[in-house]
Design a protein. Structure first.
Length: 316
């Protein structure tokens, strides 16, 4: 690993692919040193795929969803964590903060903890209690703290504070994939489809929870836009509180899996409402989550810009 950036206190950050951070971002972070990301394996029928960034995996998921084939996910092996922890230790990092998908949704955290006990340096495992960019912003905040010279306490605290404060909102147009994966009862999915329920959900206390259950797509999209604008406004206000100048900015992450038209609509409405006061990051919902949500979901997370300067500095 290239250690192009030399933090004053050598703390590395590790995460997993459930965060759905854009590959161009994670590749740059890894090249700068002190960062690693582990892919969560997914399975379509009997075939295992471990590279979540492979565009071919997304294409296979679409086909498998249309054909109703069996799709599952699993935690990374302890060996995957061990090799990453050992490599970072060999690069001279004295501490590692390892931030992962909610333990209520995956056993990834348990695998990380098992490997952490055998690692050659101290490893603090953080259960983000979130997913997608709710987890991703926690990773970004932790990495910024590490590269500012923060010790393991500061880096861990930055991750936890961001994860607890960044509300993940997501819209799922159909419930059948959630039912197949066991995330909701099949009876609930049947009722939802019967009455055209289009739920808007979040992850609270690490678990999938519905915020609202609008009927019909038009009502659901209208309410989703209202909630996303509400959260972006809150993030801008928080950022203003942190600014000596009194101005506020926010970073809004929008992720979708073949729900691009709705994501485009959200971009249009956010730009109209906030102008240059927000930075919008677009990326795909990670395949390991798309296995459970099916086609068409969109999720959004808003945070104050000053929480994630490493992402806030990226080109709009």
């Amino acid at each position: 690993m290239n250690t192009g950036i030399e933090p004053r206190c050598r703390v590395a950050v590790v995460t997993d692919s459930a965060a759905g951070l854009d590959p161009s971002v994670t590749e740059r972070w890894a090249e700068d040193g002190g960062f690693a990301r582990i892919s969560l394996p997914l399975m379509i029928d009997s075939q295992i795929y471990t590279n979540n960034d492979d565009p071919g995996v997304q294409e296979r998921l679409v086909v498998a969803t249309a054909e109703g084939r069996r799709m599952t996910t699993s935690r990374p092996s302890p060996g995957a964590f061990a090799s990453v922890y050992e490599a970072l230790a060999a690069d001279g990092y004295e501490h590692i903060v390892s931030i992962h998908l909610s333990g209520e949704l995956s056993g990834t955290v348990d695998s990380a903890r098992g490997s952490a006990r055998q690692a050659p340096v101290s490893v603090r495992v953080v259960d983000s209690r979130s997913a997608a960019m709710g987890q991703g912003f926690a990773v970004a905040a932790a990495l910024d703290a590490a590269r500012a010279g923060g010790g393991p306490d500061e880096v861990q605290r930055a991750a936890i504070e961001a994860a607890q404060s960044a509300r993940l909102i997501f819209y799922v147009p159909r419930l059948d994939a959630l039912a197949r994966s066991g995330r909701i009862p099949k009876s609930l999915a049947m009722v939802g489809q019967m009455f055209s329920i289009r739920p808007i959900a979040t992850i609270a206390d690490g678990k999938l929870k519905y915020l609202e259950r609008p009927r019909q797509e038009t009502a659901a999209v209208k309410r989703l836009i209202e909630l996303v604008i509400e959260d972006a406004s809150t993030a801008v206000a928080k950022d203003a509180d942190l600014s000596s100048r009194g101005d506020g900015r926010a970073v809004v992450a929008l992720q979708d899996f073949y729900g691009g038209s709705l994501a485009d609509l959200l971009v249009e409405r956010l730009r109209s409402e906030f102008g240059e006061s927000i930075q919008i990051l677009r990326s795909n919902i990670p395949p390991v989550l798309a296995v459970h949500t099916g086609l068409g979901p969109v999720c959004a997370v808003s945070v104050p810009s000053r929480w994630v300067p490493g992402l806030s500095s990226t080109e709009r």
